[in-house]
Design a protein around this ligand. Sequence first.
Ligand code: DCP
Ligand code: MG
Length: 589
Amino acid sequence: MQAIRKLAHFLKPYWLWAILAPLAMLVEVVMDLTQPQMMQRIIDNGVAARDMNYVLMSAGLMIVFALIGAIGGIGCTIYTFKASQGFGADLRAGLFRKVQTLSFRNLDQFDTGQLVTRLTNDVTQMQEAVAALLRIMVRAPLLMIGSLIMAILTAPQLAFIPFALIPLVLAGVWWIISRAYPLYGEVQTRLDSLNTVMQENLAGVRVVKAFVRAGKEIERFGAANVNLTNQLIKVARVTAVTMPMMMILMNVGVAGVLWFGGNQALAGVMHIGQIVAFVNYLQQTLMSLLMVSMLVLQVSRAAASAQRIEKVMDSTPDVQNKPTALREFAPRGRVAFENVTFSYDGHAGDPVLKDITFVAEPGQTVALLGSTGAGKSSLVHLIPRFYDVTGGRVTIDGVDVRDIDQTVLHRNIGIALQETVLFSGAIRDNIRYGHPGASDEEVIAAAKAAQAHDFITGMPDGYDTQLGQRGVNLSGGQKQRIAIARALLIKPTVLILDDSTSAVDVETEVEIQAALVEAQSERDQTIFVIAQRISTVLNADKILVIEDGQIAAQGRHAELLVSSPIYRDIYDSQLGSGNHGGNGENGHE
Ligand code: DCP
Ligand code: MG
């Protein structure tokens, strides 16, 4: 419930609709309440007195009232729709905005499937609850109390019947809600699992095929699907009792009215019309009571969704701008790591990086070499503050990266991540993703430096070639080169290439490097290159050999060959012993 209150402010812009909806409903309720009365009059004054004129007049009036009621009802529906849809759209947008602010660490904690469910189904649940509230919140209680009062006024002798039935209905409804409510949270959890399986599979469908796992995956999906269905059936089994229970109670009530009322009518102390009106009011009372109860159920279901949405809304990005963060910053690009320790689970976990200290001067190329899992990607991710260090500090031009506004920081750092992610759309737009205002010349220059220009212009649509989702219609090496061009285009002070040429042939890689060196001399760019191939790093100003989260050795190629046995091992294994002057032409994958 608390979560609902926290999210209620999304309804604020729609307050006018949210107030008009119940008001319009009020009109409908009042008109509804007059109907049984009118019916009674027609029967007792018109039909009984054989006054056809009176019957016609009253029937006409009934129709007019019904029409006014209908207009109120339609108005209510429209206003409700405007308010609840607006609320839903804003909530979804707010949630999406929040997801965009989450840090890498936050995102490590939510499955994509979970986020998708929250953005879609959970928002819809809340939106429907708002709609139900606006429609029923006023209507049902008013109609219930109004009908009850009208029933008592119509036939006070029979008033004991609704008062006997109401506690029975409440008990029944309470029984249903107390059983259904706990089941709803589980429904959403199972929906999460289903979406996660689905998400994972759709993204990885090629791997699934390659390993002939379709059968197994269909089974896995089937299991999640059946799980969800079973839970929904479980809920339905509980809620299915509702209507029959109501009908039985209602019919018991009607039978009671007919029995007692009938006797009184025979005794001549009651009119038939009174009995008919009373039955109508009784039915309205009980139905409204049921509606209120269902509303409670729906709101409690929405509360489960609200809690899940709040969990995302509430998660504070652990990487945040300080109030004093530097907003003006044009660094030369001196990157320094000072005794940096880093662990993915904060201070508790085993550090992935231990006591890293080095300096990258402006205009230098620093290469990181090391076996897989050594911590190379983790290390460079600390520069743009994807994660914050656990100990020590990372500085650019002597300023701790935690003291720099993130937007400003990211403007100065171009990064091609290890896992290439492209977006569907034109190649041109992918390259200028970080700088949408870039001119065609700038795009082409970046593509040329990344050795992507030739293959792009070789395509029928050139730079306008539409990429499929994630760039499926490109080769691995082509994708990598577009990602490099994207990083180059923002003309960053610090350029980070995380294994970005792993899928590019050696010859192209050499060309990319030559282009980088050229660009570097123009701008004094600081470049970090992570590579598996030693041929990539031969000319670096500084090579860091990372082993198990530590710098095992650092220096230039020639120095390391002499001083570092590990480096020599890597070198020998890749370029062959006795080839210490190698230039990489016989390097291999
Ligand atoms: N790790 C983690 N959580 C993440 C990312 C990594 O726990 N979100 C762990 C996995 C490794 C260690 O951190 O044990 C270092 O991972 P890196 O990605 O930094 O390793 P490398 O980049 O050096 O490896 P590779 O060459 O395979 O890219
Ligand atoms: Mg890596």
